[in-house]
Write a protein that binds this ligand. Structure first.
Ligand SMILES: NC(=O)c1ccc[n+]([C@@H]2O[C@H](COP(=O)([O-])OP(=O)(O)OC[C@H]3O[C@@H](n4cnc5c(N)ncnc54)[C@H](OP(=O)(O)O)[C@@H]3O)[C@@H](O)[C@H]2O)c1
Length: 390
């Protein structure tokens, strides 16, 4: 296959293979996985850091049923399942181009950049009807190399951003957050409730609200409040104290309702979030809007439809986003308007440990975990390793 390389490429690489739905034992570290080569129109990226997302765990555990609640499966929006095994997970890849496929300019060799993680179904720039992604429907970045479309590997030269920090700005969180806002038509001056605020998507939402001039109110936990206020939250509500929730929100907004909710929690809490928007319709300037892109608090909610249609609540289900939105986000990264929220880096061979840490994380946890190939650890990972616990 015609290609141009900047160095001799190895035939094999280290990678973490997901071998089936199940526990951490389904993740198998191998050093003899065939290294990919770029097809026409693709670039081969040497991975320096890949951010972890909740979806890695959910896909591994088969927690994406869309019909039968008890089903262990992943989604199949295009009609058939795309998660097959073995699969290399890891969506948010930072790295350097080391080879280009036919039709890609050689000048791109050596470029540092960030992957737009989508497996787009077509060339549409404004619509993404079958959201699938590298690390799910095709191999991702928990490996030393990945081959991806050249137009989805976006150059981000910014020397102030380490590769691990660039991965922490990955699209799985940021594009989802941005599409939650565009779907609901979030506007400057609007009061936005952001739930799951300390996570990857939540920290992205807080920053993006500020960029467009909206006012984010964060639902999180008390000991994360200072960090969230520093990130841009107007105020932080404690999710461990949901009593009088609407009254507490109104006390913070000066009596005005929340204009739109960006929900990542779901479950029993979503109904409470809706209350903050419909408490007094006479004070509203627009329809109440709920964007939901995650359900960390439960996959099933009991919501009265009368509340939805009588109060004209608009609900937007959100998964990923569009090419246009990814490109806008990369512009904001390049201009320094988006800041990475990086919690820690782990070696690729320690991915099991990273997964366990992610699930059992402490209350001081904010933002992203990044996985760095062992061969890149000293240069790109060590500075962000967890401090040893006293
Ligand atoms: N639709 C999509 O395209 C898409 C893309 C990315 C993510 N997601 C989903 O969106 C959600 C958030 O993703 P993420 O990457 O930001 O995850 P994350 O980094 O794990 O953050 C989730 C946050 O939710 C809060 N939370 C966790 N369990 C909770 C519970 N039982 N009740 C209330 N709050 C809880 C926690 O924040 P506090 O401690 O601050 O409350 C946690 O930090 C996940 O469900 C994920 O699967 C969907």
């Amino acid at each position: 296959m015609p290609q141009t390389v900047s160095e001799t490429l190895p035939d094999t690489m280290a990678a973490m293979l997901l071998t089936g739905h199940g526990g951490l034992d389904k993740l198998v570290y191998r050093e003899d996985v065939p290294a990919p080569r770029p097809a026409p129109g693709e670039v081969l990226v040497q991975v320096t850091a890949t951010a972890k997302n909740n979806t890695d765990r959910k896909a591994r555990e088969g927690l994406y049923p869309t019909r039968d609640k008890g089903e262990v499966t992943s989604f199949a929006m295009g009609g058939s399942a795309t998660l097959t095994f073995p699969r290399i997970q890891g969506a948010d890849v930072a790295g350097r181009i080391v080879a280009v496929g036919e039709g890609v300019a050689e000048s791109r060799l050596g470029e540092r950049g960030l992957l737009d993680f989508n497996l787009y179904p077509d060339a549409r720039r404004d619509l993404n009807l079958i959201p699938d992604y590298y690390g799910h429907g095709a191999d991702g970045g928990f490996a030393e190399y990945i081959a991806v479309p050249s137009d989805q590997f976006h150059r981000v030269p910014n020397p102030e951003l380490a590769d691990a920090e660039l991965a922490a700005l990955g699209m799985c969180s940021y594009q989802t957050a941005y599409h939650m806002m565009t779907a609901a038509g979030v506007k400057a001056g609007e009061r936005i409730l952001v739930t799951g605020a300390s996570g990857g998507v939540g920290t992205a939402l807080i920053q993006l609200c500020r960029i467009v001039g909206a006012i984010p109110y964060a639902l999180s936990q008390a000991d994360k409040a200072d960090a969230l206020l520093a990130l841009g939250a107007e105020a932080v509500l404690d999710r461990n104290n949901m009593g009088d929730f609407t009254a507490r929100v109104l006390a913070l907004t000066g009596g005005d309702p929340i204009d739109a909710v960006m929900d990542l929690v779901g479950g029993e809490m979503t109904d409470r979030f809706i209350d903050t928007m419909i408490v007094d319709m006479g004070k509203r300037r627009s329809y109440p809007r709920l964007s939901i892109a995650g359900a960390s608090g439960g996959n099933v909610s009991e919501i009265m439809w009368t509340r939805i249609y009588l109060y004209q609540v608009q609900i937007f289900g959100v998964s990923h986003g569009t090419r246009e939105e990814a490109e806008q986000l990369v512009d904001w990264i390049r201009s320094g308007q988006l800041k990475p929220v990086l919690h820690a880096a782990f070696r690729l061979s320690d991915l099991h440990e990273a997964e366990a840490y992610f699930v059992n994380r402490g209350s001081d946890y904010l933002g992203k975990i990044v996985i760095v190939p062992d061969s890149q650890w000293d240069e790109h990972g060590a500075a962000f390793a967890l401090a040893p616990r006293a």
